[in-house]
Design a protein around this ligand. Structure first.
Ligand code: 5GP
Ligand code: ZN
Length: 115
């Protein structure tokens, strides 16, 4: 069994505030929210990040934008706007090495993605 943090969250060994789940994907609230809406969307199968996609994870992750759009509707940010971001590697500040997409919204985030 993987000791990876997000694998453990996917297996429900570590509690999280789940907002969406299907056979392949899980979405849960970020523990340190950087916006009023801050959700992490992950494939349940382990993969370190975008550089390490397997065919299985690629197929599952292809549905993440649609899940993000559905969650944006549910959280009332579809019209006001949101970001969907996958930090990859050191320069991007990736800290958890299980592929995840941040869904961020609920406030004006400005134009700067690189600071
Ligand atoms: P990264 O920096 O790798 O792009 O994003 C990792 C994210 O995971 C961070 O925003 C961090 O707050 C979140 N995070 C880290 N540990 C936990 C945890 O145990 N539970 C939840 N829900 N989020 C976590
Ligand atoms: Zn993992």
């Amino acid at each position: 069994m993987s000791e990876c943090l997000f694998c453990r969250i996917a297996r429900k060994e570590i509690p999280s505030a789940v907002v969406y789940e299907d056979d392949e994907l899980l979405a849960f609230k970020d523990i340190g929210p950087q916006a009023p809406v801050h959700v992490l969307i992950i494939p349940k199968a382990h993969c370190e990040g975008l550089n390490d996609l397997t065919p299985e994870v690629e197929q599952a992750a292809a549905r993440i934008p649609a899940v993000a759009a559905k969650l944006a509707q549910e959280f009332g940010i579809a019209t006001s706007g949101y970001r969907l971001i996958a930090n990859t590697g050191a320069d991007a500040g990736q800290t958890v090495f299980h592929l995840h997409f941040h869904l961020l919204g609920g406030k004006a985030m400005g134009g700067k993605l690189c600071q």
